[in-house]
Design a protein. Structure first.
Length: 318
């Protein structure tokens, strides 16, 4: 009898935590190279091996092609016999569909199509690069959500936060979904914060080098590496660009005379916050100038906000 060997990715602890969580709808806000696509591929492969159906969605076809190639390659394994046995029953890249002899199926959909997934039924739905999909809420509500009804399927929303400059954060769909998962009232939803540093295969030195790239502002690093939601209100007096362009480091020869912690809590409801919470450590130097020593502004549930403020006050002596 032929022995079929599959080469599957080895998940790190953070990925395993997401995969094994019992929630039906999982929102994973990832830093770059955390491994969201590896997680999506692993989930897809194991779902198909069980004879189940996967719907794989992304903002455009280019982002789907890499996953299609991986799935197809995975199921064309090395076979330790002279048999020509294959796991793949059929594969049609034009239709974006791969079917296994186990009965398992994966179908790929571009979310450019407002009817993506309509009339289909899935055990698992994966929405990759959810942070880049401008019509995420509409596609989910009007087309994708219904595909999970027959099988009581589960869904993963995976992406790096990148809200358009033209909208406020509260109107950014990926942020809205993330906040749903933080609210304990939504029992079927769970959100996960997955910064780049949570991937143990990434060298810390490499992450710090990226932070220090020329032109890499702290704001960009917080979004791309730390997976934080950052947005700017329309008509803001102090724009992010204005702040970053005028930011000055504290000179080595300046002695800090005093420090103050400023806290501007967001609009907190239940376990979520609709607005960003401002947490800033400011100081006065013996040169007569004032500096921002640390900016911890972000979106936090109440308990995390309180812990962060207490720890920051202790750390900086503010």
């Amino acid at each position: 009898m032929a022995t079929i060997t599959l080469k599957l990715p080895s998940l790190h602890a953070d990925q395993v935590k997401v995969k094994n969580h019992p929630a039906r709808f999982k929102v994973v806000v990832c830093g770059r190279r955390w491994g969201k696509t590896f997680l999506a591929q692993d989930i897809s492969v194991h779902t198909m091996l069980k004879g189940q159906y996967v719907g794989y969605f992304a903002p455009d076809y280019k982002k789907l092609s890499e996953v299609y190639r991986y799935i197809e390659k995975t199921f064309k394994p090395m076979i330790n016999s002279e048999s020509s046995t294959q796991l793949i029953e059929s594969s049609n890249k034009t239709e974006g569909r791969i079917q296994l002899k186990t009965g398992g199926v994966i179908e790929f959909w571009s979310m450019v199509d407002p009817d993506c997934g309509r009339s289909r039924s899935y055990d698992v739905v994966i929405i990759d690069e959810a942070g880049l999909e401008l019509f995420l809420a509409e596609r989910w509500r009007e087309a994708i959500r219904a595909t999970l009804m027959d099988r009581q399927g589960i869904a993963y929303f995976l992406g790096t936060p990148k809200p358009p400059k033209s909208i406020q954060l509260k109107d950014y769909a990926f942020y809205q979904f993330f906040m749903r998962g933080l609210d304990e009232a939504n029992k079927n939803w769970q959100s996960f914060h997955a910064p780049s540093g949570a991937n143990p295969t990434l060298r810390k030195e490499e992450i710090e080098e990226m932070r220090n790239e020329p032109g890499m502002t702290k704001r960009i690093a917080r979004q791309e590496i730390d997976a934080e939601f950052l947005a700017q209100n329309e008509g803001a007096l102090w724009s992010f660009d204005l702040i970053e362009n005028n930011r000055r480091n504290i000179p080595d020869n300046v002695k800090i005379m005093s420090r103050v912690l400023f806290l501007d809590p967001g609009n907190i409801t239940s376990e979520s916050t609709a607005d960003m919470t401002g947490i800033v450590i400011a100081c006065k130097g013996d040169d007569g100038h004032y500096y921002v020593e640390a900016d911890l502004t972000g979106n936090y549930p109440p308990n995390k906000m309180a812990t962060l403020v207490v720890n920051a006050a202790d750390k900086y002596g503010a």
